[in-house]
Ligand binder design. Structure first.
Ligand code: C5P
Length: 408
């Protein structure tokens, strides 16, 4: 969901050199030019040969109101402005979309066209915004190149996950232009780029917790963390300063989000405490209700007698309830309730029991935990709003919109 940009001009006086690589996502570079300029920055575009198959220099020139550079071997350009100067007059170079090939050449220090020559010659910060097929993104060579680039100080954003132009599913989509804009502003140290949650601190827990029984076994649940991560991404896109406390999951950190990894409920509780104060807390994690009473420090052995070991459980701290009672309680506290039956009744009871402002209920009998779709119901003192069935990122965007509405 595109968030309105309320505050204009947060990047006034900044100069961006935008290198547009080849790939279907190149059309989004046009939107990037528009968004950057709305913030008051100047954009000069460099179009690679690959990029020129997807967008034209004319489009970028019209949107940027600057000449577009396409080749190293342009005598007129070279006399008026040499490529070394072009690479150094910007405050930030943004490669968007950054293809696997372009990043490979950047990582290797190859300078065989205008874009790579500028990237090798520059002394300015560089950001790469990858977009490619999921297999290409996950290929060992790309993983290596991204690590090399990050190791040498290039900011490489993580691509979004979703259905790709080629029909495959996974990470590889260009992040939404608003998220790229937020990352650019962040890299430039520009504040107030501007969404409905700008200036708000949002604390989110996500994923399951793992409660050890012994060094090799643990108690867990089926939470994937996807809904919480999607909410973190949506809140960051809306301009919030987001801290995401994540249980053990295998998800990528959304752009612009500060992530703290934890394993157990007690660690999550301590991390929540350390992340305060916040304006909004959204407790999406499926925290294990119980942990083993006595974690064995050696593997519990099956001794052949047929006797099962006694597994004593004790209750974990209730992070949400504790937060609601705390004197540092955020002004808006939102809990989640995954239920298999009597979903709304359980959510209403939980609202009172926990002391939260909203409980967001979802029926995990209909939409199994770990899936891609959710149907959320926002239960509050004002009543119940059912958001309808939708992918988790759309549900996240809708929830973030409701949060922005009540904070406004
Ligand atoms: O009690 P129940 O687990 O159903 O409540 C779910 C809500 O409470 C979620 O928001 C979850 O993150 C939170 N919770 C918690 N600490 C616990 C258990 C649940 O913060 N120990």
């Amino acid at each position: 969901m595109a968030q309105p940009l309320h505050k204009r001009g947060a990047m006034i006086g900044k100069r961006i050199l935008l290198i547009v690589g080849g790939g279907i996502a190149a059309y989004k570079a046009c939107e990037m030019v528009r968004l950057i300029r709305k913030q008051g920055a100047d954009v000069t575009c460099v179009l690679t040969d690959g990029g020129a198959h997807f967008v034209t220099a004319m489009t970028l020139a019209a949107l940027s109101e600057n000449p577009v550079h396409t080749t190293l071997w342009d005598l007129k350009n070279e006399v008026e402005m040499g490529h070394i100067q072009l690479s150094r007059q910007a405050d930030l170079i943004v490669v968007c979309p950054a293809t696997a090939d372009l990043m490979a050449r950047m990582a290797a220090g190859i300078a065989d066209d205008l874009a790579t020559t500028l990237l090798l010659a520059t002394d300015k910060p560089v950001m790469a915004v990858p977009a490619m097929n999921v297999r290409m993104w996950q290929h060992a060579a790309t993983v290596r190149n991204v690590a090399t680039l990050r190791g040498s100080g290039v900011t490489v954003l993580n691509p979004d996950e979703g259905v790709m132009a080629c029909g495959e599913y996974g990470p590889g989509r260009l992040p939404e232009p608003e998220a790229v804009l937020a990352a650019i502003a962040d890299r430039l140290g520009a504040t107030n780029v501007a969404g409905p949650l700008t200036g708000k601190r949002v604390l989110i827990t996500a994923g399951p917790t793992h409660e050890p029984i012994d060094p090799v076994r643990y108690i867990a649940n089926r939470s994937s963390g996807k809904q919480g991560f999607a909410i973190a991404a949506a809140a960051a896109k809306a301009g919030a300063q987001v801290t995401l406390i994540a249980g053990p999951v295998t998800l990528q950190t959304p752009a612009g989000v500060t992530r703290v990894d934890v394993e157990t409920a007690r660690q999550m509780s301590a991390a929540v405490d350390a992340a305060l104060p916040a304006d909004v807390a959204i407790m999406v994690a499926a925290v294990a209700d119980w942990r083993s009473a006595g974690e064995a420090n050696q593997k519990i052995k099956k001794d052949g007698s047929g006797q099962v070991p006694p597994l004593q459980l004790v209750e974990n701290p209730d992070i949400l309830a504790t937060l609601c009672k705390s004197d540092r309680r955020p002004p808006l506290v939102i809990g989640f309730a995954a239920e298999t039956n009597d979903v709304l009744a359980h959510a209403q009871a939980k609202l009172a029991r926990k002391g939260a402002d909203w409980i967001v209920a979802n029926d995990v009998a209909t939409h199994k935990m770990g899936g891609e779709i959710n149907a959320l119901h926002i239960v509050s003192a004002a009543g119940i709003e059912s958001l309808g069935e939708m992918p988790k990122d759309a549900a996240a965007a809708a929830l973030v919109q409701r949060i922005a509405d009540v904070l406004a």
